[in-house]
Design a protein around this ligand. Structure first.
Ligand code: SAM
Length: 192
């Protein structure tokens, strides 16, 4: 471990956003799962949440992740409803990405608040139950012939809006992690 590498690890951790996350509900294609993690790393997500497809294993990481899975912890949950309730109990607003005319434009919410984006499975999207339980439903307006975006593209679009708002609010200027937590993670990342 060179001093430069350790410095980079500390710099990245000092910009991590522990109050921004995603909940992937049965996203089953490895390239989508991996692309979402890569975007999470880029915007500073510390922990991503995932409900494995069919209760089995998480989709295997492929080259698409660009090693992001090493830098973004993935927490497994048995189902989207219990995960949503747990996050909400911790003061996190859960925003369901839902293709509905009643959904808010994705630029409307305040992403400087503790926020988790609920992302749906490629085929059937977010369930109606989970969309109802969420604090709000959001949509990226679509004006083309195709009804929806690829889930990793939708995740990136919304996460970078969150990044834009958080940059404007100065949330990348000072560490959001407590000093001892930052130090512990720096050691773990440096000596896995
Ligand atoms: N037939 C599914 C439906 O009606 O929800 C389409 C699912 S879409 C391919 C997979 C996921 O990508 C969605 O659950 C959502 O998380 C995200 N997504 C795709 N297009 C979106 C959009 N325009 N706005 C918000 N989220 C979108």
């Amino acid at each position: 471990m060179t001093p430069e590498r350790y410095e980079k690890i500390r710099r990245v951790l000092s910009r991590r956003q522990p109050t921004l996350s995603v909940l992937m509900d049965e996203v089953h294609k490895p390239h989508n799962f991996s692309a979402i993690l890569r975007t999470c790393d880029a915007v500073g997500v510390l922990t991503a949440h995932a409900v494995p497809p069919g209760g089995g294993a998480l989709p295997t990481f492929d080259a698409t992740s660009g090693s992001a899975h090493k830098w973004v912890e993935v927490r497994r949950h048995p189902d989207a409803m219990s995960a949503t309730r747990e996050l909400q109990a911790g003061g996190v607003q859960v925003l369901a990405t839902h293709l509905s005319q009643r959904s808010l434009d994705y630029r409307e919410p305040d992403y400087t608040r503790p926020t988790c984006l609920l992302l749906g499975a490629e085929k059937w999207g977010v369930s109606d139950e989970a969309a109802t339980l969420a604090d709000a439903n959001i949509v990226i307006p679509m004006f083309g012939m195709v009804q929806s975006l690829n889930v990793s593209v939708a995740a990136a679009t919304i996460l970078f809006e969150a990044q834009r708002q958080r940059l404007a609010a100065g949330m990348y200027d000072a560490p959001q992690l407590a000093p001892d937590e930052l130090g512990r993670l720096a050691f773990e990342w440096a000596y896995p």
